[in-house]
Design a binder for this molecule. Structure first.
Ligand code: ATP
Ligand code: MG
Length: 156
């Protein structure tokens, strides 16, 4: 389905804020002008949910989570950033693997199965996008995904 991602992501974040603790703050940086691309809306909602729920789960309450959308030459890039404990460099590339949970003790107390980011990766790869993370221990984590701006013929 062809989607204007600007109102789409605002709507996803609105719903997220309504369902969460009122103290949760999501700082948004989203361009004003329309950006159209092809996506399965339900699947991309799932991607945002999985990344955002980690940012909220693994970072302290009262800390804002940041959502930033930028348009590049041939893709959009989304960044979801938190000021949580971060992930060590040796573990960073594994967090997208199925059932991988970086910090056994911390992860156990937070609950979860270790599937959220693996599912997000599968969806993004199916959309011909990319997903990756950057993190500094003790400072926070940034998870990124990109989706291509593809010109499709009518009727596709
Ligand atoms: P699930 O999402 O299935 O409930 P989960 O959150 O443990 O379980 P993933 O979302 O796949 O699984 O994340 C994998 C691991 O990556 C987590 O267990 C956690 O250790 C680490 N991680 C993910 N996001 C963050 C983050 N924002 N800050 C710190 N660690 C994170
Ligand atoms: Mg998770």
């Amino acid at each position: 389905e062809r989607v204007n991602v600007v109102p789409f992501f605002h709507h996803v974040l609105d719903r997220f804020e309504m369902n969460k603790d009122e103290r949760i703050k999501i700082e948004r940086s989203i361009p004003r002008e329309s950006i159209f691309l092809w996506m399965d809306k339900d699947q991309i909602i799932q991607v945002v949910d999985n990344i955002m729920s980690n940012a909220l789960k693994y970072s302290p309450q009262d800390e804002a989570v940041r959502f930033k959308l930028t348009k590049e030459r041939n893709r959009i890039k989304v960044m979801i950033a938190d000021n949580g404990p971060g992930i060590s460099p040796s573990k960073l590339d594994k967090i997208f693997d199925r059932f991988y949970r970086a910090d056994a003790a911390r992860s156990r107390e937070r609950g979860g199965t270790g599937l959220g980011l693996a599912i997000a990766k599968e969806i993004i790869v199916n959309h011909q996008g990319q997903i990756w993370a950057e993190s500094i221990e003790g400072q926070g984590t940034r998870v990124f995904f990109s989706l291509p701006l593809i010109a499709r013929k009518q009727g596709d």
